[in-house]
Write a protein that binds this ligand. Structure first.
Ligand code: HMG
Ligand code: MG
Length: 298
């Protein structure tokens, strides 16, 4: 199983409290030390839209990179790609939505316009020798449109794969999905693309993320996105919630005898470190249980 740690990007982009470059770098290095080999470290997007990620260039500048680890960044357009290139980023992630309304709210253009733009971004990234991962957002529901047709999820996933994304991460952005719906969605996309090219990315808004991950594994998915400590549930944004907590995913996979190469104790220590800075408690059940066992506060 491969775990893609998205806490430093997806998690911290949604945290209300500002986090210094030093803290971000320490977090990423602690995650690498815990055994994670794929980490999304930041994004090169408009600082007006996502101020929490405005220092991503400085984060990449300070990181001591370990060989064999992919340190990736999210980019929305050629401007973001150029900036990522200047910072020595070797893997980028592009993102499109399966819902028209979410596309307009998140990136200010239609799905079709975003796919045309991302085609150019992906082509340029590959020409620079970068690897490109693609996200589809709103695969199990949209905050503006409600139900999202599976045909739309499939269409966007196929478009991203055809433009050259080596892996397609299927994002339940608002965490509304439940296991049978998650399986139906994976099946639908899996009919059009090889299952080994798919990843799942579940937010835990309704407490379904871990169940949905298990449901996706039962359908053959081998790549899971998660955030250490479940980072990302901004306490000031009503209803917002982070990704599945990496500690919980690792505990579940360990218990199922599935190899991840991740040291749960070290991972939980990395989570405690960032939660101390944010001044709030971990939402990872496994991290809380580990801390209770050690007689410490999570
Ligand atoms: P726009 O306003 O339509 O862009 O935003 P524009 O091209 O008209 O440019 C407007 C200004 O933004 C200009 O500056 C540009 O230079 C600047 P000004 O002249 O006004 O001073 N700009 C940029 N600055 C820095 N980096 C860039 C960049 N591009 C333009 N790359 C844009 C369009 C896409 C830029 C904007 O909407 C944006 O940055 N959106 C990002 C939103 C975002 O990061 N959302 C969160 C990530 S997606 C997600 O979390 C979902 C995921 O986790 C999966 C899931 O959960 O489902 C991936
Ligand atoms: Mg996300």
């Amino acid at each position: 199983m491969k775990i893609v740690e998205v806490g430093p990007r997806d998690g911290l982009q949604n945290e209300a409290r500002a986090v210094s470059v030093d803290t971000k770098v320490k977090l990423i290095e602690a995650l690498v030390d815990a055994g994670l080999r794929a980490i999304e470290c930041g994004s090169f997007v408009s600082a007006k839209w996502v101020p929490q990620m405005a220092d991503s260039g400085a984060v990449f500048g300070q990181l001591r990179r370990v060989s064999g680890v992919s340190y990736s960044a999210l980019v929305p357009n050629t401007q973001g790609l150029a900036e990522a290139g200047r910072c020595g980023v070797e893997e980028v992630a592009v993102f499109a939505s399966a819902s028209e309304a979410f596309s307009r709210h998140n990136i200010n253009c239609s799905i079709q316009e975003s796919l045309e733009r991302l085609g150019g971004v992906t082509r340029d990234a590959i020409a620079r020798g970068m690897r490109v991962r693609g996200y589809v957002s709103c695969v199990l529901g949209c905050p503006y449109e409600g139900e999202v047709p599976l045909a739309s999820v499939e269409r966007v996933a196929v478009a991203l794969a055809q433009m050259g994304c080596y892996e397609i991460s299927l994002g339940d952005t608002i965490g509304v999905g439940t296991p049978r719906k998650a399986q139906a969605m994976v099946n639908a996309v899996g009919q059009a693309l090889p299952i080994k090219h798919l990843a799942v990315h579940f937010h835990d808004t309704w407490g379904q993320a871990l169940a949905n991950i298990l449901a996706a594994l039962e359908k053959g998915v081998e790549v899971v996105d998660s955030s250490v400590a479940g980072l990302g549930g901004c306490p000031y944004a009503a209803g917002a919630s982070g990704n599945a907590a990496t500690e919980d995913v690792v505990y579940m996979l360990d218990g199922m005898g599935i190899e991840t190469g991740i040291d749960l104790e070290k991972l939980a220590a990395a989570g405690r470190g960032i939660m101390r800075v944010l001044g709030r408690k971990s939402v990872s059940k496994a991290a809380v249980a580990l801390a209770a066992r050690a007689g410490a506060e999570a």
